[in-house]
Structures are given as C-alpha cells and as structure tokens.
Design a binder for this molecule. Sequence first.
Ligand code: SF4
Length: 228
Amino acid sequence: MSTAPDRAQGALSYVPARGGVAALRRAAADCHGCPLYEDATQTVFGAGPAHARTVVVGEQPGDQEDREGEPFVGPAGRLLRKALAEAEIDEREVYFTNAVKHFKFAPVGEGKKRRIHKAPSLREMAACRPWLEAELHRVDPELVLILGATAGKSVLGNSFKVTESRGTLLYLPGAGLPAPAPQRQDGEGGGRGLVATVHPSAVLRSRDRAEAYRGLVSDLHVAARFLR
Ligand code: SF4
C-alpha cells in the first residue's frame, strides 16, 4: 500500500536519495510539497551542466518560465544572460535554478487572464528548500551566485539582506547549503565561493535601469574574478 508524502515535510519526501540532477528533475515534476503546484503549469527545475562551475539561484519561475518549463528564459533571464556575458562568465558553465520551483502568481485583468508574480512565503521557501539543497550537493559548484533577497534568505537564512551583501565575495563551507552566517574572508579562502547581487527583474523595474544594470554587471565581475 502506498502512503501519501507528508506535506509538513515539504519537498523532502520527494527528493530521491540517489542520482544526479536529472534524477532530481524527474522527481520534482511530481512534487506536491506545498500548494504552489496546484495553480502553476509545471515544476520549473534547474537547468544546466550537471557539474557546472557556477550555480545561479533566483527566486521562482516567472510567467514565461512556467509555460516553457525552463528557468531564466523570460525577460529577466535574458537580461541576466547579457550581464553574464558582459562580465565574461560563460553561461554554458552555469546551472540556473530558483529557490522555489513553482510559479506563484495572482490572476488579474479582464477574465483574470494576466498573471502577476507574487513573492513566495517563508513557508513555501522552506518547503522547497530540499530541492535547492540537493541541487547544490549534486552539482557541487565552485561558486554560488545569489540573485535577490528570496534566494539569499533561502541559502543564507532570514537575516540575509542583499543591500548589505551584494558584490562581496563570501566563502561557504561544505558541499551543500551553508550555515546561516557565512564567514567573510577577503583574499585566500577555502570552500565554495558565494556572491550575491540583485535579481535581474529588479533591474527591469528600476527607475534608472542603466545604473541598476551597471551595478549588476559590477557584482558579476566579482564572481568572474573568483572563477578565473
Ligand atoms: S514549490 Fe517546491 S515544494 Fe512546492 S510543490 Fe513546487 S517543487 Fe514542491
């Protein structure tokens, strides 16, 4: 007799004990670890090389990602890819993922056909965290690039503030998710590197988009220097 996975555990009971990111992706397609799967089209799992040098962590899939089933294929993703290229980070060596794997939205407008992004709750972030943890363990990147507050809180804990941490090289111990407060080590460091910056959607919403974009690229240069 099969037993229903325990919703209180979030995604944990869906994460396979073995296999690489392809096995994770297959299993995540059926995740009901929180209610977000109910209205979204599909799980949008991470994508990229199975052992990429860099893992980019965003917030959650957007409208276009939800329809296509791929992360960072919408306007914010295109902007990010342009900024990565400008900072000379090869996107072919990047694994792209999100803190939360289903699109959370509110239907608006005539016939409620338009879907606008809603930020995931702390509970939804916690429910989905086992997927991100498993991705980081199995990809085992040299660098984690955090995009925005939700990704930062998911990886580093609730006290994370992107305004305080952006553009600074941090080091994380171990192969999986770090302890909530990473040790800042300028110069020589051990462990996995981490750089935080703003989410590219914040650049798109910015009143001074050119300035915000320059800030994003500047932070990415910190990541690029670490990877050299
Ligand atoms: S958002 Fe995450 S935990 Fe919730 S159903 Fe989707 S994959 Fe599972």
